[in-house]
Design a protein around this ligand. Sequence first.
Ligand code: A2P
Length: 305
Amino acid sequence: MPALGLGTWKSEPGEVGAAVREAVRLGYRHFDCATIYGNQAEVGAALAECFSAGLVRREQLWITSKLWNDRHREPDVRPALERTLADLGLEYLDLYLIHWPVAQRKGVLGPESAADFLSLEEVPLAETWRGLEAAQEAGLCRHIGVSNFSVAKLSALAEGARVAPEMNQVELHPFLQQADLVAWCHAHDVAVTAYSPLGSPDRVASLRAPDEPDLLADPRVGAIAARHDASPAQVLLAWALARGTAVIPKSVNPARLAQNLAAAELVLTPAELLELAGLDLGRRFVSGEFWVLEGGPYTLANLWD
Ligand code: A2P
């Protein structure tokens, strides 16, 4: 998997297609998608244009997508993946992930009350995983993995699985380093992808806390950037790559798309990496609080156990 990919969460319909086309033109070869982003058909149309223009061939790309929470029952997995493939205009995905360790009733996109959820006792993650294993066996996806999984959930899943999860995609940046989780994954042959590597500053207000620190404006990140004649975003991406994680910054802006891709060339010194290691605040920007509704089965404690 190319270590630096394009994130498409929060890329609006009407702008994501142009961003994908520009990204392919610039040399991006890894695209991170999901059903819940609501933009896969436009991503697919852009990819189709790139293929027919001869800019890139399907087999040169790495395309990831994710199963939404309302399709966790085993018989629902394959149809959900088939719908994603139809939207993206692809015959197979390179990687398919369980988006969250949270189950919702079929048809519920965003839960509004406890009744919209199913507990993990009702729909165990192991059942969902069997659906992914079957989809992989059927050739609909080459690799399978998870997202937003703790070590506890990942190790429990791996123990009972026929095919071990190959990826855990989680929020990672200097303010949320999750060093134990990353080390555990790497020690157990689970690759790690860092989402929201720039602190995800374009989240809607309902997903933001009033006291959020500004990662891109952090003076210590800025000072390292200035030393390399680079941008703060490039420092954050170079840090993620130096840790051995893949990283998927989102942008719909051509100059920032180019800048982010060029971050792969930036080499930080051991002293700079040490300085960045000191910035950890254990601070989640994507807190998971949206899964915590009164009377529901999910709490922050059992989500991030
Ligand atoms: P835009 O899409 O206008 O470029 P994350 O990847 O952590 O979710 O962050 C995405 C946010 O960061 C978006 O608001 C995106 O805006 C912005 N962004 C992407 N690349 C850069 C960059 N190189 N410098 C500053 N902001 C960036």
